[in-house]
Write a protein that binds this ligand. Structure first.
Ligand SMILES: NC(=O)c1ccc[n+]([C@@H]2O[C@H](COP(=O)([O-])OP(=O)(O)OC[C@H]3O[C@@H](n4cnc5c(N)ncnc54)[C@H](O)[C@@H]3O)[C@@H](O)[C@H]2O)c1
Length: 335
């Protein structure tokens, strides 16, 4: 297998996960350079003995680098993807690609013209629980799928400063669930009906966002998905999924740090679910990186594409429109 050289842009929360994984788990991948602008990140990168740069130019200007992993803030993604594509580098980009549909369409065009690979970080597709459901649905174990139910609640809301630039609950948080619905059902969503509310923190409402939502997705053949999102679940990160069909039902529960049950005269108690995405989705982050590198090294198809980013984004925009206009919105209305 060909040895490849990669660079990472952005060594924050998610960037560090990918850096650690590449460093420790992929002997045939060389982490040649990490770019970031913060002094903390510089200390971290140099502390690991890695080459540091304070700007993206150093990555695109280095002809030895085969691929770049973009983990910088969302408002840098489209620009960095276009620069990397024009420089002939394969790209893994964290979600979302951008908050503007026009920009996403333009960026995907640049990628297509540059003939490089672009994979989006819809990591939940690589989670062992959800992979099990995907394979059982695809193998016909539940017969014809009829209803998909996704519960996706965070342990606590992000700071309002983050909310303001995040693109909102649908674009920032539920976008993973919209992608998951398309992935598990294996078909496109045609209509979105969403209700949203501010039930957790008034400041989120004052920033123009919602913190709680119920979304019904309808697929072309009339099958449906129901997605339940909230920015705060007092018991931790709540990530469950259930698929129901003509021959049965399959579901997955949360992951826990251990499975002990303590019995007393007050009741039966266990551990809280794993607290947030960094703990809960550890395996998925490793698996998605593996899939990206394999695609570059073996020429295999990417499991998540730019088109997946576009379709999930259209669903998010339709959900927002549905809440604002209090009506079901056809995805084809989103142009
Ligand atoms: N797939 C997932 O589960 C997941 C989870 C969290 C975040 N994300 C996405 O990843 C991205 C980063 O999120 P985060 O939570 O790691 O953010 P973060 O703020 O923790 O880290 C971002 C890093 O990028 C650096 N940076 C800022 N501008 C830069 C530039 N111009 N060039 C290079 N580096 C720059 C910052 O200094 C910081 O170290 C966001 O787009 C977010 O939506 C995805």
């Amino acid at each position: 297998m060909k040895r490849i050289k990669v660079a990472v842009a952005g060594a924050g929360r998610i960037g560090k996960i990918h850096i650690e994984n590449i460093f420790e788990r992929f002997p045939r991948v060389e982490l040649a350079l990490v770019a970031d602008q913060s002094p903390e990140a510089e200390t971290y990168i140099k502390g690991k003995g890695l080459n540091y740069a304070n700007g993206f130019d150093a990555i695109v200007g280095n002809s030895e680098i085969d691929a770049v992993i973009i983990c910088s803030p969302t408002d840098t993604h489209a620009n960095f993807v276009e620069q990397a594509a024009k420089a002939g580098k394969h790209i893994f980009c964290e979600k979302p690609l951008d908050l503007s549909l026009d920009q996403v369409v333009k960026t995907l065009q640049v990628v297509e013209e540059s003939k490089v690979k672009l994979m989006l970080g819809f990591n939940r597709r690589f989670d062992p629980n959800f992979l099990k459901i995907k394979s059982m649905v695809a193998d016909g174990k539940i017969g014809d799928p009829q209803i998909l139910k996704i519960t996706s609640r965070d342990p606590g809301p992000p700071p309002v400063s983050y909310v303001k630039v995040s693109g909102g609950l649908f674009m920032d948080m539920a976008i993973h669930d919209f992608d998951m619905a398309r992935y598990i059902m294996g078909k496109e969503v045609v209509e979105v009906y969403a209700r949203g509310a501010v039930l957790v923190d008034k400041a989120i409402g004052e920033a123009g966002d919602i913190d709680t939502a119920l979304t019904t997705l309808t697929f072309a053949d009339g099958t449906m998905a129901n997605i339940d999102n909230c920015r705060k679940a007092v018991y931790g990160y709540d990530q469950r999924l259930e698929a129901f069909g003509s021959k049965g039902m399959v579901k997955v529960d949360n992951n826990f740090p251990d499975n002990h049950q303590y019995y007393s005269d007050a009741g039966v108690h266990g551990s809280l679910p794993l607290n947030f995405f960094l703990e809960r989705y550890t395996t998925s982050y490793l698996n998605e990186m593996n899939a990206f590198f394999q695609s570059i090294q073996n020429g295999s198809d990417l499991p998540v594409t730019g088109n997946d980013a576009l379709e999930a984004m259209k669903i998010a925009l339709a959900a927002l429109k549905s809440v604002k206009e209090n009506r079901p919105v056809k995805v084809e209305e989103i142009v």
